[in-house]
Design a protein around this ligand. Structure first.
Ligand code: ZN
Length: 381
């Protein structure tokens, strides 16, 4: 074994401590589709026909100018925006500078787990500043084009890729193929400096239960492509909670009232939430609500604020959130109707995702969705 690979056999694993994080400062009520349905039924102009439900229940914004993007009027119209006939080719239209988004910042290192089962965050190990850019989950039969970042010396790096184990293989350009169910370790080694990085990658099949937290560029991710363990019950992340408290206080000083209406949701609770939306919209519920096990709210890093109406974006509070949330480490995770083709979800001006300040600033500067920045997709297999 060469010197380059000597230190890469073991992965650094970070076992998070059990925390008794509380959510005392937050009102934890929820996306309550039943409540919204009651409202909807009391509205005269609402069709309840399944194939043509007008989604006044989640009120659509008024176009504010001639340049405003066309607003879908019905769930069916949203479906044509969101559901691609084929999986989107995420990698084809991305600028590489978005690859700078990688994180060893909070929340990852300080994520805590409040569950009977401890989960291990399998962050990548490195002998230096080299970081592998990519996910720790790839579906069997699919590929992911791994990249790397080597701050300061990126141009000089000459990275050799390799993989240990039989679950996957990797080409010299970093193109990884998941070949069979199981785990393997992807290794990037700079042959000039001897610096290495290693990342454990899980190869799974659609519908498999997972027993690890999906990470992409070391950032915890839950979307339609990246499921969470059913019994992962972290509660609201303490860093996200503290950052939100600061955001609230500063907004208050500016004369604005921002409050949480939904934060952490367990798998079991999300099951109820999703069932409620199914009752309303049938299969189109997937456009506005995550199936249990796929919700960012279960990750404990998402907070819905103030109102589940699109018009929230046009309120003073909504504008302030959009302008300032990155200062506190949050991004607007579902930033527009058009972005739904990347995120898998309709516009949600009320849904904040905590990623830490450096990542939030980078995502904001890119003008892209988190999926685009991380070169990942979001669709149910
Ligand atoms: Zn939400």
């Amino acid at each position: 074994m060469s010197k380059l690979f000597r230190n890469t056999a073991t992965l650094l694993t970070v076992v998070m401590l059990i925390s008794s994080c509380s959510s005392q400062n937050f009102t934890i009520i929820d996306h309550d589709p039943n409540r919204i349905m009651e409202n909807e039924q009391s509205t005269d102009d609402i069709s309840t026909a399944n194939d043509n439900v007008v989604i006044e229940a989640v009120k659509l914004p008024e176009a504010t100018s001639a340049e405003a993007e066309p607003i879908p009027k019905t769930v069916s119209e949203l479906a044509t925006v969101i559901a691609p006939a084929d999986p989107p080719d995420i990698t084809a239209n991305l600028a590489l500078d978005a690859n700078d988004i990688t994180s060893n910042d909070p929340p990852l290192m300080e994520l805590s787990v409040k569950t009977s089962k401890k989960y291990t965050y399998e962050v990548q190990s490195t002998t230096g500043a080299l970081s592998i850019l990519g996910p720790n989950l790839v579906y069997v039969g699919e590929k992911f084009d791994f990249d790397y970042i080597y701050p300061g010396d990126h141009e000089k790096a000459r990275v050799r890729w390799s993989v240990t184990g039989t679950a996957g293989s990797i080409a010299s350009d970093g193109m990884f193929t998941a070949k069979e169910k199981g785990t393997c370790t992807v290794i990037a080694a700079d042959i000039t400096s001897g610096v290495t990085a290693a990342l454990r990658v899980h190869c799974i099949a659609p519908g498999d239960d997972v027993d690890f937290i999906p990470l992409v560029n070391n950032i915890p991710i839950a979307n339609k492509s990246y499921p969470l363990p059913k019994d992962y019950e972290p509660g609201l992340d303490p860093n996200a909670q503290a950052a939100f408290a600061k955001l609230q206080a500063d907004a208050k000083a500016a004369g604005l009232n921002i409050f949480a209406i939904s934060t952490y949701r367990s798998y079991t609770y999300q099951k109820q939430v999703y069932a409620g939306w199914m009752k309303l919209y049938g299969n189109d519920a997937d456009l506005v609500s995550a199936r249990p096990g796929y919700s960012e709210h279960q990750l404990g890093l998402a907070i819905d604020v103030n109102s589940l109406e699109y018009s929230f974006a046009n309120t003073a509070e909504g504008k302030w959130i959009a302008a300032h949330c990155s200062d506190y480490g949050f991004i607007l995770r579902y930033p527009s109707f058009d972005a739904a083709k990347y995120t898998g979800y309709s516009y949600e001006p009320w849904h904040l995702r905590y990623v830490g300040r450096s990542v939030a600033k980078a995502v904001e500067a890119s003008g892209k969705t988190l999926e685009e920045c991380l070169r990942i997709d979001s669709y149910y297999r």
